[in-house]
Design a protein around this ligand. Structure first.
Ligand SMILES: [Ca+2]
Ligand SMILES: [Ca+2]
Ligand SMILES: [Ca+2]
Length: 424
């Protein structure tokens, strides 16, 4: 500990006299009760002695009266106001500590601040490192009362403070951990989330281009009890396994993209154009609502279907379809029966080919009769409707990439007359 502080001795004495008056009389408004503040214990300075961080140091049963111990506390049953220093969930300090020598020390004093940083005391909620300014309220008469908290931190595993603050010549070095004193907090340190179980949903590629949907599982030790949830994510996709370098897509570019708050979905549908029969690689990381990021997941991969899905369609040979009359349905080119490939399938080169030879399944209204040579699994069935009016007909085609279907409404007319009436 340095001792270079006799210069302002007169001021120091004045402060002591002033705070003797202040002690438990001119107390500032204390926003929170001592029990609701999460810092307790003592700090110590060679110049001003012990600094109490919470009224519970001397009033352990919180009945507003001192227990009289330890010896730095007011005598037994001396009234004690509720006070204390608190760390909010965002790391900002508030509240007051008490020194028998210099009175109240406020941990969220208003600026302007005497030097950088330009803020009152706060803690990094991940590292526990403390920075910013506190201020002794007895400042004045040439003493600014500022205390710079720099080189001070909280051990996230046990809440113990360590290190020093510098409080000008009056206070000197203020230590938060020593043989006979310790400042500590019950502040809950945020746990970083974890992403796992990456999966890809390939879905239906009949109507839309390739649109794999990427899924992951977000977990956070603080979900239970503290309600943590995913608030941002970053997905990178690439066509080589080195996803980190020059990815095809990065959801946080242009910034901030999905790295900004409010991105709670644990799935993502990439907007890039995928190719068939190709392998893609991806990884994801996510942040909780306290802005703590997970590590990147391991790189996962998926392969797109070997080619585009079938594009089924059909027509009828005759324009007019009548009840109880056979009508030829056409899906593929068949010599002497159907004139063209109405349905189209695809090969691995991306070209269109006939669907002939793939798996066909037709659905006609009940009561529809097939010709003797065709059935519901024919490429080009010939059928006779048993009802007139609008009828629903569907065709699905399955190839080695997938299954797609088409449904159309057919209008079936009343039966044709069996004979023409001829005038006698
Ligand atoms: Ca008490
Ligand atoms: Ca968390
Ligand atoms: Ca790459």
């Amino acid at each position: 500990m340095r001792n270079k502080n006799f210069l302002p001795a007169l001021l120091f004495i004045g402060v002591v006299l002033l705070t003797g008056f202040l002690f438990f009389r001119g107390q500032p408004e204390v926003a929170e009760a001592g029990t609701s503040q999460n810092i307790i214990g003592w700090a110590w300075s060679g110049n001003i002695g012990l600094v109490s961080m919470n009224s519970r140091n001397c009033d352990t049963d919180n009945d507003g009266k001192s227990e009289g111990v330890p010896s730095s506390c007011p005598a037994l049953d001396t009234p004690i106001p509720d006070y204390g220093v608190n760390i909010a969930s965002n790391g900002n300090f508030s509240g007051y500590a008490w020194s028998n020598n210099i009175g109240w020390i406020r941990f969220d004093p208003a600026g302007p601040y005497p030097a950088s940083p330009a803020y009152s005391v706060k803690m990094d909620t991940v590292t526990g490192v403390i920075s910013g300014w506190a201020r002794a309220l007895a400042n004045g008469g040439g003493w600014d009362g500022w205390i710079k908290l720099d080189g001070l931190s909280v051990n996230a595993s046990n809440g113990n403070f360590s290190g020093y603050a510098w409080g000008s010549d009056v206070i000197g070095w203020l230590s938060f951990s020593g043989v006979n004193y310790q400042t500590q907090t019950t502040f809950h340190f945020n746990a970083a989330p974890v992403v796992s179980d990456l999966s890809v949903e390939q879905g239906d590629y009949c109507s839309f281009p390739l649109h794999p949907i990427l899924h992951w599982v977000f977990s956070d030790a603080d979900s239970a009890g503290y309600g943590d949830y995913q608030d941002a994510y970053n997905v990178q996709i690439d066509d080589d396994s080195n996803v980190a370098v020059a990815p095809l897509a990065d959801t946080c570019l242009p910034a901030p993209g999905t790295c900004s708050s409010g991105h709670t979905a644990s799935s993502y549908a990439p907007l890039i154009s995928f190719s068939y029969n190709s392998t893609y690689y991806w990884r994801v990381k996510a942040a909780d609502n306290n802005s703590a990021w997970s590590s990147w997941s391991a790189v996962a991969s998926f392969t797109t279907p070997i080619h585009a899905f079938p594009d089924p369609d059909f027509s009828t040979v005759s324009q007019k379809i009548s009840k109880d009359e056979f009508v030829q349905f056409c899906s593929t080119l068949q010599a002497g029966v159907c004139a063209s490939n109405v349905s189209l399938c695809y090969n691995s080169s991306g070209g269109t080919i006939s669907c002939s030879g793939e798996t066909f399944l037709w659905t006609f209204p009940s009561g529809t009769q097939f010709s003797t040579t065709t059935s519901a699994t024919s490429e080009n069935p010939k059928v006779k409707f048993s009802s007139s009016g609008p009828q629903t007909v569907s065709l699905s085609i399955t190839d080695d990439a997938g299954t797609c279907s088409v449904t159309k409404n057919i209008t079936v007319s009343k039966p044709l007359p069996k004979w023409k009436e001829v005038a006698p």
